[in-house]
Design a protein around this ligand. Structure first.
Ligand code: UDP
Ligand code: MG
Length: 328
């Protein structure tokens, strides 16, 4: 399944490559003949959905979900996985630009056949990424590790999930799912396949700085309460400092030197004010997340779903004949 946001530039060639791989897997009987490629159009503003519709007329391998607006890649992945879950033994997610080597897919399927429930695609060479992307990603993995969240470094959203791993994943009802953090928590037998990340075939990266930041914050705040702990320790350290200060002030008072400096008061006032604001904002971040979670708003809204339709039509003869009558 492929999340797509404004991908008109790469979609036709990506679809062709994926279809060739799927067809080969079918002829080798590695996957069933009714396997599908599911595109999730994440509220694109360009011709992405038209292209998906067109593709569907060329082959019944192609299906699509269309969101009512842009909800973000993680939501698109969740929607695709949730829709595919009732009909599939295994699911593979890959970005539309095929920067992650799609020719590894048969290998992934083989690993699944060998009994692995989760197969991670891991990039061992990111030289095609920009310096900025590489360093921010590196820093991010480092920070997450320090915070006690163990991610698979250099693994993004190119992965295979077995049916039971997917069912377990769908038990996570998080509003801002951070799949790279959740999947390693599922357990099950897993393995990694390495590849070199390729440059984008066409079009621009759909990850603006803002979206990258949101993903990073989702990763930190939905997986770790370390920031709250850090605030606790900082508060404790400041209290110890304050006690020392109090002793010093009392001793100064006893010596008669009661006029203490204006500057030290002002400095501590500003410093403590700043610390408090940071602390409150960190706590606010968690409260805010609890707030959005308790509202239980949908993570995404699907406008059109041709994937389930394809299976419903195939499994219920009544529906099929109804279709025929309508088109006759
Ligand atoms: N994507 C999406 N919704 C968004 C942003 C991105 O579905 O709001 C999809 C995009 O179409 C692509 C994948 O997420 O299939 C990864 O995006 P991109 O390749 O632009 O990110 P990068 O490789 O630069 O990190
Ligand atoms: Mg990309």
């Amino acid at each position: 399944m492929v999340p797509c946001f404004n991908e008109e530039a790469v979609l036709p060639s990506s679809a062709q490559t994926l279809d060739a791989i799927l067809t080969q897997l079918m002829t080798e009987q590695q996957v069933t003949a009714d396997s599908k490629i599911l595109f999730v159009d994440d509220g694109s503003h360009d011709k992405t959905w038209d292209l998906i519709r067109q593709l569907q007329t060329t082959s019944d391998h192609f299906t699509g979900l269309q969101f009512s607006r842009n909800f973000g890649q993680e939501a698109a992945l969740m929607a695709g996985l949730q829709t595919a879950a009732p009909y599939s033994d295994l699911t593979i997610t890959i970005d539309a630009d095929l920067q992650d080597n799609p020719f590894l897919i048969p290998n992934m399927v083989q690993q699944a056949a060998d009994g692995f429930d989760v197969v991670y695609g891991v990039r061992n060479d990111r030289s095609s990424d920009t310096w900025f992307k590489r360093t921010t990603a590196e820093r991010f993995y480092w920070l997450m590790n320090k915070l006690g969240v163990h991610l698979i470094p250099n693994h993004a959203d190119f992965r295979l999930l077995s049916h039971r791993a997917l069912s377990a994943l769908l038990e996570y009802h998080e509003n801002d799912p951070f799949l790279r953090g959740i999947v390693p928590q599922l357990g099950f037998a897993s393995t990694k396949l390495y590849y070199k990340r390729r440059p984008r075939l066409a079009g621009q990266s759909k990850y603006s700085l803002k979206k990258m930041l949101k993903l990073a914050l989702d990763g930190i705040f939905s997986f770790s309460i370390a920031p709250i702990r850090a605030v606790l320790w900082a508060g404790a350290a400041i209290c110890v400092g304050a006690i020392a200060m109090f002793i010093w002030i009392v001793s100064q008072h006893l010596r008669g030197a009661v006029v203490t400096g204006w500057s030290s008061i002002m400095t501590s006032l500003w410093f403590l004010g700043g610390c408090q604001l940071i602390a409150i904002s960190i706590i606010g971040e968690y409260v805010g997340r609890t707030f959005t979670q308790t509202k239980r708003r949908p993570r995404f809204i699907i406008q059109t779903d041709t994937y389930s339709h394809a299976f419903a039509a195939a499994t219920t003869p009544a529906a099929q004949s109804l279709d025929h009558t309508l088109s006759d």
